[in-house]
Design a protein around this ligand. Structure first.
Ligand code: FES
Length: 107
């Protein structure tokens, strides 16, 4: 299974194995990670699954939908060029080693 590295705002790292085809959000919350709220359950309606993806790895991700782009304008922590919604990222083998920074807050 692809290994995804989550980095908390305090610098603490958590490495999680997430099955292919699972969203980053689902894989992380199912393993009890702090820092992703996912109020809407992955329906691209809440923006509480906001993450900052390592900039050099952004090109590995699927393109952003208009819905995701619009929701990212309403995140609790400031939107950055590398902001994504983790529920919209489906894990693939290409994402093995992906580094994801968690924001200071989600709500
Ligand atoms: S879980 Fe609600 S937008 Fe991702």
């Amino acid at each position: 299974m692809p290994n995804i590295v989550f980095v908390h705002p305090d610098g603490a790292r958590e490495e999680l194995e997430i099955a292919e085809g699972t969203s980053l959000m689902q894989g992380a919350t199912a393993q009890g990670i702090d820092g992703i709220v996912a109020e809407c359950g992955g329906n691209c309606m809440c923006a509480t699954c906001h993450v900052y993806v390592e900039p050099s790895q952004l090109a590995l991700l699927p393109a952003m939908s208009e819905e995701e782009d619009a929701l990212l304008d309403g995140t609790a922590s400031e939107r950055q060029p590398n902001s994504r919604l983790s529920c919209q990222i489906s894990v693939t083998p290409a994402l093995d080693g992906l580094l994801v920074n968690l924001p200071e807050r989600q709500v």
